[in-house]
Design a binder for this molecule. Structure first.
Ligand SMILES: [Zn+2]
Length: 385
């Protein structure tokens, strides 16, 4: 394997997966922490959200920040990443309607846009927002995605990087000093523990904790193109960043993050639509609907770490009290790690490769410590319990 970062390599080599005693988050999730009772840090964070955090004080902190940055309406005062999904839509909606801000909503074009994603984005914009769609050169973006999938098992690498770098470049170009992201993933879903206790993050933290060490400024060299050919996919210079003085916030620090509530609000305020059937690999139909590449991303998560989209969704539902652990377990056993069969031709077309080439990459990333092949499809050797 090419991957060298120690934590992932260590966890990929773990022979037996252990599961959080409260939800079902496995020990193979990168950066995850479990306490002495076997509970993961996302479950600890969920408890803290209910009991220990003074949400009124944090909301006041947000009000103070908004007071400092709010424009008089003659210009944008903050950027919100919005795909038309429930979470970004509601962060933008609250900034506009509850904080009196003037957000510029930005979408990074999906790698494989879906019909429902396009419809939801249109509905969101039409609910009253200024919007900018950024489409980095698809040929170069595909090179990053191919590098990500082949060398790191990350077919969405270009999107993951671009959702930060494109927005920061827009912030510099339009001189908008505030970017408001949604949830802090490490505290909400499992990972390092310290990120949930602060409202903002730095460029270095972004690279280390959210990009798995991938520095966008070094990607051009890795994929064999010139840095100047990736204007949206690299960070602005230090001088440019300092000239605007960007503050990067996480909304989940200021308000109790609840995806399901966002779904209900987005339906009410932004005409958010769901799929008529469940998404591939899970039982839900209302999350991450805009990009078919998401289905391959979560399949690689299953291949590398032995857990998929059902585990992620069910753990969230356990933490918010909508499922108990036994119900979550039944769903995980039924749907997790589902092979995205119907989308394979789509992926082959995007990456311009044969099924044999694609399968060899799948096999390269399958974690043989925990998976085995059954009738040509990778399955867990041992189902979670
Ligand atoms: Zn847990």
């Amino acid at each position: 394997m090419q991957k060298k970062d120690s934590i992932e390599t260590f966890q990929r080599n773990t022979k037996a997966i252990t599961y959080c005693t409260r939800c079902l988050m496995p020990s193979t999730r990168p950066w995850i922490n479990h306490n002495e009772h076997g509970a993961c840090n996302a479950c600890e964070n969920a408890e803290a959200k209910k009991r220990n955090i003074d949400w009124k004080a944090r909301w006041k902190e947000l009000e103070k920040i908004c007071d400092k940055y709010r424009s008089k309406g003659d210009t944008f005062d903050c950027i919100v990443p919005c795909s038309g999904g429930k979470d970004g839509s509601i962060v933008a909606w609250k900034l506009k309607h509850e904080m009196g801000m003037h957000p510029l909503c930005i979408t990074l074009a999906p790698q494989l846009p879906t019909k429902i994603g396009i419809e939801n984005l249109h509905n969101f914009i039409n609910s009253g927002f200024d919007h900018l769609l950024i489409t980095p050169n698809p040929q170069n973006e595909k090179k990053i995605a191919l590098f990500g999938m082949t060398e790191q098992g990350r077919p969405r690498l270009s999107t993951v990087l671009g959702q930060t770098t494109a927005l920061v470049n827009a912030a510099v170009k339009f001189k908008i000093p505030l970017i408001v992201y949604g949830e802090e993933g490490h505290s909400e879903y499992g990972g390092v523990t310290h990120m949930g206790t602060k409202s903002h993050f730095t460029k270095e933290e972004r690279i280390q904790l959210y990009f798995s060490g991938n520095d966008p400024d070094k990607i051009a060299e890795k994929i064999g193109i010139k840095r100047k050919d990736l204007p949206w996919m690299r960070f602005p210079t230090l001088q440019e960043l300092q000239s605007v003085g960007i503050l990067w916030l996480h909304w989940s620090y200021f308000e109790k993050w609840n995806q399901y509530e966002h779904y209900l609000l987005a339906k009410r305020h932004c005409e958010f639509k769901t799929l008529p059937q469940r998404s591939i690999g899970t039982y839900t139909n209302f999350a991450q609907l805009d990009d078919d590449m998401q289905d391959l991303h979560v399949y690689f998560m299953f291949l590398k770490f032995g857990f998929g989209r059902t585990t992620s969704d069910a753990c969230i539902d356990v933490r918010r009290g909508a499922l108990d652990r036994k119900q979550a377990l039944a769903l995980v056993r039924r749907y997790d790690g589902e092979y995205p069969e119907s989308l394979i031709p789509h992926f082959l077309d995007y990456f311009s490769m044969t099924k044999e080439q694609f399968d060899s990459i799948i096999d390269k990333w399958a974690n043989r410590e925990v998976l085995t092949k059954v009738n040509g499809i990778w399955k867990l050797k041992e189902l979670p319990s």
